[in-house]
Design a binder for this molecule. Structure first.
Ligand SMILES: [Zn+2]
Length: 219
């Protein structure tokens, strides 16, 4: 099963991706991890990436697609893979489709986690985390029992991450709507939407109702 998790930043893709990896035994492919690994190993692609990054440039879609192609040929991808955070543009989506088609493969399903902008904003703006143990709070729906104090470890002084400010969230949302959301036009009937405003467990259940039949038929 070759799957893509799709949705706005803050819809909970990361949380769901971890669960799906465990449920279906397929790896989550992160382009960030791949880039770091290639640079670290000084592979031919890694040397190219290193040169681009040192010159302050952006790694081209072409290099990223080559990395994904190489990654998907490893044995842990024999039952498929899960992409989360790629593709981000129509051009990347088309390049991914072309790369797979050349090998007689295709993306089987795109799970779109729907989450309205105001919910994404609300989650970020009211999110606080504990700098000591990593516990996450929401000032309205999951506040700490004592103001500004971690329930789990007692640390005083919860943190609001700089990328969770209204300004930063709006910037990510604008980019998503401008560049990424139009990708849905590439996927037609294989795009399945779930309601990302529900609890993480409910979202997982919705995703399973889509992926379980596919996993059963591809094994
Ligand atoms: Zn804590």
């Amino acid at each position: 099963m070759r799957a893509i998790l799709f949705g706005p930043p803050g819809a909970g893709k990361g949380t769901q991706a971890k669960r799906l990896v465990d449920l279906y035994g397929i790896p989550q492919l992160s382009t960030g991890d791949m880039l770091r690994e290639h640079v670290k190993n000084q592979s031919p692609l890694g040397l190219k990436v290193d040169a681009v990054m040192k010159s302050g440039g952006l790694v081209s879609d072409d290099i990223v697609i080559q990395m994904i192609e190489e990654r998907t040929q490893r044995t842990d991808c024999k039952n498929g893979f899960l992409l989360d955070g790629f593709p981000r543009t129509i051009t990347q989506g088309q390049a991914l489709n072309a790369m797979l088609a050349a090998k007689g493969q295709q993306i089987d399903v795109v799970v779109g986690i729907d989450c309205p902008d105001d919910v994404v904003r609300d989650r970020a703006v009211f999110r606080r985390s504990c700098p000591q143990c990593g516990a996450i709070y929401h000032l309205q729906s999951l506040p700490p029992q004592v103001s500004d104090t971690c329930d789990r470890c007692g640390k005083i002084g919860l943190i609001h991450r700089p990328d969770d400010t209204l300004e930063a969230v709006n910037k990510r949302l604008n980019k998503f709507h401008g560049e990424t959301a139009p990708l849905t036009s590439l996927y037609g009937a294989i795009l399945k939407r779930v309601d990302g405003t529900k609890s993480p467990d409910d979202v997982t259940a919705s995703i399973r109702s889509i992926l379980d039949p596919l996993a059963a038929s591809s094994s």
